[in-house]
Ligand binder design. Structure first.
Ligand code: ZN
Length: 245
């Protein structure tokens, strides 16, 4: 049986109590974002896929725009659809955040379209053992070119994953820098599984843009990224298995 108590506070103590409540509410408000992410993680705690592939942008969001009205969203989708075929043929259960020209903001109720889209992708990443988000970059300097592999700073496993993927990627595309790049501000990299964000080239660089427009180049990028993912998965399963007596 439950009992209810009525607490009558002295007037002075009542004010202190009220201020304490306000502080707690403010604290909770500041903590709201990690809490939302945590809840999204919990809500999707069941792992459904071996790998989640995320072609950046889509729908109303074209991503980077290259000279001649060329949109990042189409190139990265084509690369990801080819990766899906390669990885599925290797026996992996492959999930895609999108498989046609749309965003994924419909998966989350709260926030701006951009925020809902990002949280939707984050939610899907948590349903896989490994994730990768594919993009093409743009900057004001047209000389800037090459691929970049971003990983979550301070995460040892993610760094190894990034290095393995970079090794394969540099067989088919020049690198922006000859190293993997740590980041602390990219939401997708904070998902539970190891997740990378790969920029396959610069839409603002004429040579990279010409490459991205070449279906053969996109196929070779899809093959290289898939090889990197497969290498990481086999390295990881070797790490986690018992050594032979
Ligand atoms: Zn992008």
């Amino acid at each position: 049986m439950s009992r209810w108590y009525i607490i009558i506070l002295p007037k002075k103590l009542g004010w202190s109590f009220l201020i304490l409540c306000c502080c707690l509410i403010l604290l909770a408000w500041n903590q709201a974002q990690p809490l939302v992410l945590f809840t999204l993680g919990l809500a999707s705690s069941d792992i459904i896929y071996d790998i989640m592939l995320d072609p950046g942008h889509g729908g109303i969001d074209p991503g980077a725009i290259g000279q001649g009205d060329l949109y990042e969203k189409y190139y990265v989708l084509d690369i990801v659809l080819q990766m899906e075929k390669i990885l599925t043929a290797k026996g992996l259960k492959v999930g895609l955040t999108r498989d046609h020209d749309r965003d994924v903001s419909h998966l989350v109720d709260e926030g701006t379209r951009h925020r809902r889209d990002l949280l939707g992708r984050f939610k899907l990443m948590n349903q896989a053992r490994v994730g990768i988000s594919i993009h093409a970059n743009a900057t004001k300097d047209p000389k800037e070119s090459g691929a970049i592999v971003f990983y979550q700073e301070g995460n040892y496993l993610d760094r190894i994953y990034a290095q393995i993927v970079l090794e394969e990627l540099e067989r088919v595309q020049v690198l922006n820098e000859r190293r993997v790049i740590p980041r602390t501000t990219l939401l997708l990299l904070k998902a539970k599984p190891p997740v990378l964000l790969v920029e396959v080239g610069f839409m603002s660089n004429p040579a990279d843009l010409a490459k991205l427009g070449d279906p053969q180049f996109r196929t070779s990028v899809a093959q290289a990224l898939s090889a990197g993912i497969l290498n990481f998965i086999s390295w990881r399963s070797g790490e986690q298995s018992e050594p032979n007596p």
